[in-house]
Design a protein around this ligand. Structure first.
Ligand SMILES: NC(=O)C1=CN([C@@H]2O[C@H](COP(=O)(O)OP(=O)(O)OC[C@H]3O[C@@H](n4cnc5c(N)ncnc54)[C@H](OP(=O)(O)O)[C@@H]3O)[C@@H](O)[C@H]2O)C=CC1
Ligand SMILES: O=C(O)[C@H](O)CS(=O)(=O)O
Length: 491
């Protein structure tokens, strides 16, 4: 049996990082609705009771952000950069503790959690630097007495709704550009993983980010808070990461205010192995791409297409590699796959496997239960996958690798593009002409070529079709938090 987490604070070098209250206008605040439980997904034991804010309290946080944003926008980019750098430094100095908190509430192995802290912090570092480079422009006038200028100014109050799968990085990927641009920020984290969001506020306070500029409003109710964000006239920007289904709801709600929205939504990534691929590299990439965070990422390979000539060899190599993956408690050294976030996630994996078998697929590996109970699932490989099976159209969001067979390049491009999603895609090949043609033909916002991991703060991350709107990361990422003002000056 795995150890239950009876004293999370006792696992930390700095127990004061484990905060359970909301952070509103620079004040640690209890919830009008009491508290809600946060559970360790490995065993389901309660690890914290977190402030449960009401919609009225979230409105107060928006008021505070609205007031604070006016002064924050007067800070020079260089001044904002300095305090954001301090925030980054504090995240990295406390990386171990932030990783432990993240693993305790989300389940991913500690090594991955610490990696997420570094990934999340990189957005604060990068956009802190970008704060100094928010340039306007002058344009030659259309008449002799006219001088044309373009100013870039912060949108105002930005509100975020983020998922449980990357409870640190999905917030910093938004708060970094928002604060760098001079916006104020109100973050509503997923109810499964509020602690990672709250500790960001602990460090924001220590870094000297002014009261009201960065607020965290945990709540057990998501829809009520989403409505407040969409209906409150002081909010000018909504930024969301999560399912396409919820993205649609929020876009409809935000339409009444014509609110600017950034949407980082669902995916259904194809992972294509051509017959000229380096199969060992492709297996390594498939393991990283499919099983990172136990398959619970929007950019995980959801469909693996393998060209006929190498199908059996790839399947054999992949099975050998998957067998080495260790399922267990994320806080224990050597764990590769922690628990899934909740019983529903485990049920979805089982539903996709049962559907595939009923339609003729074979479970090559992973039918056995890892024998750990709780939210644990053995990593699975299914062969004989076809487009008629559920995982061809739905995100599995779990450790299931379905192998599809194909013969020609044109065939696999059509299969890969046959989805409403368009976030990440991957393929392994060596022929330069084929690489260029396939990269052009894939209808996705992101294409990984001979790699299974594409995430970096330096690149524009986002999807096409129903995978989202806007881009996060790279110098493009700050544009979503700026308004462009055209000034026509008659002299
Ligand atoms: N593209 C991506 O990065 C992600 C995609 N997904 C996909 O979504 C599926 C479900 O995962 P899940 O975490 O439940 O994702 P959801 O989209 O359901 O939730 C994401 C966030 O939105 C909140 N939320 C849910 N409903 C509403 C609403 N009506 N108004 C406002 N906020 C709302 C959730 O709150 P709360 O959790 O507190 O209810 C959470 O904070 C996954 O299986 C996966 O397919 C999930 C996460 C990330
Ligand atoms: O939502 C997600 O799954 C993340 O965006 C994936 S990543 O940015 O950490 O790769």
């Amino acid at each position: 049996m795995l150890d239950q987490i009876t004293n999370l604070a006792g696992l930390l070098k700095d127990p004061s990082l484990l905060e359970t209250r909301a952070y509103v206008n620079g004040t640690w605040t209890d919830g009008d609705k009491g508290t809600f439980d946060v559970r360790n997904p490995a065993r389901g034991d309660v690890i914290a009771e977190v402030a449960d804010l009401s919609r009225a309290q979230v409105a107060q946080a928006i008021d505070a952000a609205y007031a604070a944003q006016k002064d924050w926008a007067q800070w020079t980019g260089k001044e904002r950069a300095k305090v954001l750098r301090k925030w980054f430094d504090l995240m990295m100095e406390n990386q171990e503790d932030l990783g432990t908190i993240l693993t305790a509430e989300q389940g991913k192995p500690l090594a991955e959690a610490k990696g997420e802290i570094a990934y999340g912090a990189s957005f604060i570092e990068f956009f802190g630097e970008e704060a100094k480079r928010i340039y306007g422009e002058t344009i030659p006038g259309h008449q002799r007495d006219k001088r044309l200028m373009v100013m870039k100014q912060p949108i105002g109050v930005a509100a975020s709704i983020t998922p449980w799968n990357f409870p640190n990085a999905m917030i910093t990927r938004k708060a970094g550009p928002a604060l760098a641009a001079g916006c104020a920020f109100v973050a509503r984290p997923a109810k499964e993983t509020p602690l990672s969001a709250i500790v960001l506020a602990v460090l924001a306070e220590r870094a000297g980010i002014p009261a009201g500029v960065f607020n965290v409003v945990p709540s057990s109710s998501s829809s009520e808070i989403g409505k407040e964000f969409c209906e409150n006239g002081k909010v000018r920007k909504l930024t969301f990461t999560g399912s396409t289904e919820v993205g649609r709801i929020l876009l409809k709600q935000a339409a009444d205010q014509v609110m600017k929205c950034s949407m980082e939504l669902g995916g259904n990534a194809p992972f294509i192995v051509f017959d000229d691929a380096d199969l060992d590299a492709a297996v390594e990439g498939a393991i990283a791409c499919k099983f990172r965070n136990n398959g619970q990422t929007c950019v995980c390979a959801n469909r693996l297409y393998v060209q006929s000539g190498v199908y059996d060899a790839f399947a054999e190599k992949l099975a050998a590699a998957v067998k080495k993956l260790k399922v267990g408690d994320g806080l224990k050294d050597g764990t590769d796959l922690g628990p899934l976030i909740n019983p529903e996630a485990l049920e979805k994996v089982r539903e996709h496997v049962a559907d595939a078998e009923a339609k003729g697929a074979k479970v090559l590996l992973g039918s056995e239960d890892p024998g750990l109970g709780g939210g644990f699932c053995a990593p699975l490989i299914v062969t004989g996958a076809t487009q008629e099976m559920k995982f061809a159209t739905e995100e599995t969001f779990g450790p299931l690798a379905p192998l599809f067979r194909f013969d020609t390049v044109d065939e696999v491009i059509e299969l890969a593009n046959d989805t409403i999603f368009g976030l990440a895609s991957y393929f392994y090949a060596k022929d330069l002409s084929r690489v260029y043609k396939v990269a052009e033909a894939l209808e996705y916002g992101i294409v990984g070529v001979n790699t299974g991991i594409i995430s970096t703060e330096l690149a524009p991350f986002g999807g096409v079709k129903q995978s989202g709107l806007g881009r996060e990361g790279s110098h493009h990422g700050i544009e979503d938090y700026l308004e462009m003002k055209y000034v026509c000056l008659s002299i």
